[in-house]
Ligand binder design. Sequence first.
Ligand code: LMR
Length: 403
Amino acid sequence: MSQAESLFHAIPLAPPDPILGVTDAFNADTNPKKVNLGVGVYQDGQGRIPVLRSVREAEKRWFETENSKAYLPIDGLPAYRTGVQNLLFGTDHAVVKGGQVVTAQVLGGTGGLRMGADFLKRFAPASSEVFLSSPTWENHRAVFEAAGFKVNEYAYYDPETRGLAFGKMVASLRAMPKSSIVLLHACCHNPTGVDLDAGQWQELTGIFREQNLIPFLDLAYQGFAEGLDADAFAVRAFADAGIPMVISSSFSKSFSLYRERVGAVTLVTANADEAKRATSQLKRVIRSSYSNPSSHGAQVVALILTDAELRKAWELELGEMRERILRMRTLFVEKLAAKQAARDFSFVRKQRGMFSYSGLELPRVQRLRTEFGIYVVDSGRMCVAAMNEGNLDYITDSIAKVL
Ligand code: LMR
């Protein structure tokens, strides 16, 4: 076949993924000292992506008791769905008791975003556009554009103070058309690590109500900022305020179950009747996308969430991961200060979650890659959760050199 005859002859080459493409480049690098601070994946003190002890134990129990490979329901395992709602709202929130909450098990946090986006494309007002924080996770725009939305940005991060531009954020929200869909990072903002405080979230709920905005909360790091309940503050604030919303949950990080694709999409509706109709439509969205979810990861999560002993063990491990990241933040800052790096990095200690928005400019990011085999995202985002006592000297030496 000549090239011109091929159906695919005119296909343009797509650019590498801004985050997962960094992992591909890292894998191809032969530098023995290389470090991948690109993708958001937690590594333990020895640089391993752990299988949590609680997960291992739940898997054993599940392996011994699984007796069928039948399809799961379109919206997933019932015990898992209840577990997700408990994590989001606590065990006795009025929205759950009132039957207003709809949860479907989906393929990871990205699946939650996409199913939520597809659902909103069908049922939000036709004029609704999506607003993302500036900056945001690189894939957010792609997900919402793929669902057919026009995507805009709202002010969020102030590079001068390396903190939240709250005044500008509020002004952006007030200037949005009614029924705009606003993607919010419920905690551990990706990529900046800069979050709203409780008072600011409360203020936001008032603005959302006045402006009739639609909150879409992305909760991919519950338990990585302060703890399971504290990190659900934003979700509960909107629920307390009686504002309908969409939430995407991911358990990739909190259970270290990245490849099992365990996530959920949750809708908070006005009443049980609305919830029933929303469930029926959400299931149609899922059915026409991938039919029904895979089983393993959700079974493991459901088992851990419902068994007191496993749950306690998991919460302990989650706390260990959170504490280790905090120690790495402190060590990173101390080491750069001790090396008299030409920049103050003390802000890294104030950021939350897996990432640090380092402020390193693209030419420096590129030098880190080519000269030192240290891979960070082009935006300067570094995964602090991949630092350990064995690689921190090399990382901080290299950063001090490119500065
Ligand atoms: C990240 O931001 O690095 C993670 O959420 C992984 C991903 O899929 O991009």
